[in-house]
Design a protein. Structure first.
Length: 353
């Protein structure tokens, strides 16, 4: 027993700490990272920014917010820059959630949503995915309570790789009570075929919408921790009240700005991922291993217990780190798409399982 447990906040006493993915392997494909890395021009900007490390960064990340505003047709006032999207979810819960509130989350999605809400003392209503693992918005609507404060919705969803059309989200927002905030996590949107600025147009009509994106995935900046979220300027003002003063480093901001200035980068990475994803899905089909067709940089595999054991052993023997976890007592596997050379080895491992 921890000797300080009796003086800790009661809201956190039953929590389980987030367990990071395993890092010890020759091929690491368990955290949905971009294994190609950022272009050399981005690293050059990182080095330039690092030379000024003795100074505090711009606390409000003005230049990056202005760049994003021009990129997506919004105002700099609409954006909050955060220490990864985890940092934004922490800020949001600090600003809006209390012990009397409830949030809605899927039972098969990013666990940090519920974790942060519980830390704030809020209750969490879990909305089951359907048999095909889809997050049906009608199910969310039927679970709304008088004290529902927010809905967290990952689209495309992690770990399933599924996405709903934007029109479904728009129709849902039309009937959603205006006092319920809808957090749309689009961390993987760049890998899909959705027009990149499409969701931002919804902000013109829905003041209770918050759109969250990250530089960790498509931009290969996971280690620098930088996310960006767009919303009504009044929401941004409230969240700014609880934002850590210097939560994003100058190095991270410089890297993000450099990444966004490279017009073809997203399409290049997206094309590489699509090629690797086709290789993986084709191999799984040939082995008759069930999986969910993905529009992201990962594939969610639904093996039988026997297949799971074989895959676990073969990945270990090939020194390939994938993400294993249980969903309702069922063993599942999430595999991130790696580089071309990595995918050749990954496919070979699965073929030999």
């Amino acid at each position: 027993m921890n000797k300080f447990f009796n003086i800790a906040r009661k809201e956190i006493k039953d929590l389980e700490a987030y367990i990071p993915a395993k890092r010890e392997a020759e091929i690491i494909i368990n955290a949905n990272e971009n294994n190609w890395g950022a272009p050399s021009e981005v690293y050059e900007e990182i080095c330039r920014a690092a030379a000024n490390a003795k100074r505090y960064p711009d606390s409000t990340n003005t230049q990056l917010r202005e760049l994003l505003a021009a990129r997506f047709g919004l105002s700099a006032e609409n954006f909050i820059i955060s220490n990864g999207l985890d940092g934004f979810f922490t800020m949001f819960c600090r600003a809006f959630l209390s012990p009397n509130d409830d949030i809605l989350v899927s039972d098969c999605t990013f666990s940090v949503y519920a974790l942060n809400a519980k830390i704030a003392g809020s209750s969490v209503t879990v909305v089951p995915v359907r048999e095909d693992f889809s997050q049906n918005l009608d199910d969310y609507y039927s679970n709304i309570k008088p004290n529902t404060k927010a809905i967290f919705y990952c689209n495309p969803n992690n770990p399933t790789g599924l996405a709903v059309p934007l029109v479904e989200i728009k129709n849902f927002l039309k009937k959603l009570p205006k006092n319920i905030l809808f957090i749309l996590d689009e961390a993987y949107i760049e890998f899909s075929d959705v027009k990149q600025d499409a969701s931002y147009k919804l902000l013109e009509k829905f003041d209770n919408l918050i759109i969250c994106r990250t530089c960790s995935k498509i931009c290969a900046l996971a280690g620098l921790r930088i996310g960006y979220s767009a919303m009504h300027k009044d929401l941004a003002k409230i969240i700014s009240l609880v934002r850590e003063t210097y939560c994003v480093s100058e190095v991270a901001e410089a890297a993000a700005k450099a990444s966004f200035s490279m017009k073809n980068m997203i399409q290049i990475v997206k094309s590489r991922v699509k090629t690797g994803r086709k290789m993986l899905e084709k191999t799984l089909e040939e082995k008759a291993i069930r999986f969910i067709p993905s529009c992201t940089n990962f594939v969610y595999i639904l093996p039988t217990p026997e297949e799971n054991e074989k895959l676990r052993k073969i990945f270990e023997s090939y020194s390939i780190a994938v993400r294993f976890w249980k969903f309702h007592e069922r063993e599942t596997i999430r595999v991130t798409i790696g580089t071309e050379n990595e995918m050749v080895k990954i496919v070979s491992a699965i073929q030999n399982a």
